[in-house]
Write a protein of this length. Structure first.
Ligand code: NAD
Length: 311
C-alpha cells in the first residue's frame, strides 16, 4: 500500500485498528495526547506526530477514533487541528470512526468539503469526509473483524473500502453524511435496552428460584434470545470470555454507553421522536457512572444496578 494513513486516537479501539493498518502494509503515522501510548508506537518504529496538524501534513488519509464529539471537534477544528492550515489540505479522505452525533458528523463533513486539496486526487476537487463508526468492540478491533457503518459520498465509500476491510470484515453503506453516526447510535440504543431487559429478567428469575444456567437455556431457545443473552451474558459464571466472567473488566465502558444514550436522546428530541426506553436506559447508566462504575463494562448493570449489591 503506498498511501500514508494518519491515525488519531490510540485508545482501546484505535491502537488495535492502527496496528491492523500497519499489518496490512499502510504507512502509518500516529497521534494521541497520551504520551505513554505514543512511546509504545514510536518504540515499534512507527512515526509519531505531536499534533493533528502535523499528521495532516504527512498523510493522504486520516482516521480518527476518539471518545466523543468534543474531542473530534477539537482534533478537526482546534488551534493545531486537522483543518487549521486554512484550506489547502494534503489528505483527500477523512474517516471518523468515533461514535458521535450525526449533526456533528454532518457539520464536519461540510467543513472538510469546503477546503481545497493541495494536489488533486483522481477527479476529486475537494477533500471528503466519511463518518464510519464501528460495531464489535475491543476483541473485534484486535482481530480485524469490526463492522463499519458508513455515511458520506458513496464514491468515497467505495474508494475507502479496502482501508475498512484492513480493520474489519463488514462494511455497510448507510447513505449521506451523518448516516453512519445515526445508524451507530440507533444500534447502541437497542443494545442498551436489550442488555437491561436481559439483566432485569435474570435478576427477577434468580429471586424467583430459577438458576442462571437454566434461565440462559430458556432465553436462548425462546423468544427472549438476543446478543446480550446468547453472546455477552451479563451474569457471571454463565459464559467464558465475556466481561461478566472477569469482573466486568475490558469491553465497552458504561460511561461510553451513557454517552451514546445521551446522543440518542438528544437526537430524538431534535427530531421530536419519543424514545422513553432510551431516556430510562440513560438514567440507569448515568446512575452507574455516578456510583463509580463508569469504567466497568456496560453488562455490569446486572451486578451494580439490579442486584443492589456494590462490590
Ligand atoms: P478510549 O478512551 O480508550 O480511547 C480514546 C483515545 O483518544 C485515548 O487514547 C485518548 O488519549 C485519545 N484522545 C482524546 N482526546 C484526544 C485529542 N484531542 N487528541 C488526540 N487524542 C485524543 O476510547 P475507545 O474505547 O477506544 O473508544 C473510542 C470510540 O469508539 C468512542 O467513540 C466509543 O464510543 C467507540 N466505540 C468503542 C467500543 C468499545 O468497545 N470500546 C466499541 C465500538 C465503538
Amino acid at each position: 500500500q503506498s498511501e500514508r494513513v494518519g491515525f488519531i486516537g490510540l485508545g482501546n479501539m484505535g491502537s488495535r485498528m492502527a496496528n491492523n493498518l500497519i499489518k496490512a502494509g499502510y504507512k502509518v503515522a500516529v497521534h494521541d495526547l497520551n504520551q505513554t501510548v505514543m512511546k509504545f508506537f514510536s518504540e515499534k518504529g512507527i512515526l509519531t506526530k505531536d499534533s493533528p496538524f502535523e499528521i495532516a501534513e504527512a498523510s493522504d488519509i486520516i482516521v480518527s477514533m476518539l471518545p466523543s464529539s468534543t474531542h473530534v471537534l477539537d482534533v478537526y477544528t482546534g488551534p493545531n487541528g486537522l483543518l487549521c492550515s486554512g484550506n489547502m489540505l494534503r489528505p483527500w479522505l477523512f474517516v471518523d470512526s468515533s461514535t458521535i452525533d450525526p449533526q456533528t458528523s454532518r457539520r464536519l463533513s461540510a467543513a472538510v468539503a469546503n477546503c481545497a486539496l493541495k494536489e488533486k486526487k483522481d477527479h476529486w476537487e475537494t477533500p471528503i469526509m466519511l463518518d464510519a463508526p464501528v460495531s464489535g468492540g475491543v476483541l473485534a478491533a484486535e482481530a480485524g473483524t469490526l463492522t463499519f457503518m458508513v455515511g458520506g459520498l458513496e464514491e468515497a465509500y467505495l474508494a475507502a473500502k479496502r482501508l475498512f476491510l484492513s480493520m474489519g470484515k463488514n462494511t455497510i453503506y448507510c447513505g449521506g453524511a451523518g448516516n453512519g453516526s445515526a445508524a451507530k447510535i440507533c444500534n447502541n440504543l437497542a443494545l442498551a435496552v436489550s442488555m437491561l431487559g436481559v439483566s432485569e429478567g435474570f435478576a427477577l428469575g434468580q429471586c424467583l428460584g430459577i438458576s442462571a444456567s437454566t434461565l440462559t437455556k430458556i432465553f436462548n431457545s425462546s423468544s427472549a434470545r438476543c446478543w446480550s443473552s446468547d453472546a455477552y451474558s451479563p451474569v457471571p459464571g454463565v459464559m467464558d470470555g465475556v466481561p461478566s466472567s472477569r469482573n466486568y473488566e475490558g469491553g465497552f465502558a458504561s460511561k461510553l454507553m451513557a454517552k451514546d444514550l445521551n446522543l440518542a436522546t438528544t437526537s430524538a428530541q431534535e427530531v421530536s421522536v419519543k424514545c422513553p426506553l432510551a431516556s430510562q436506559a440513560k438514567q440507569i447508566y448515568m446512575e452507574l457512572c455516578n456510583q463509580g462504575h463508569g469504567m466497568k463494562d456496560f453488562s455490569s448493570v446486572f451486578r451494580h444496578y439490579y442486584s443492589g449489591k456494590d462490590e
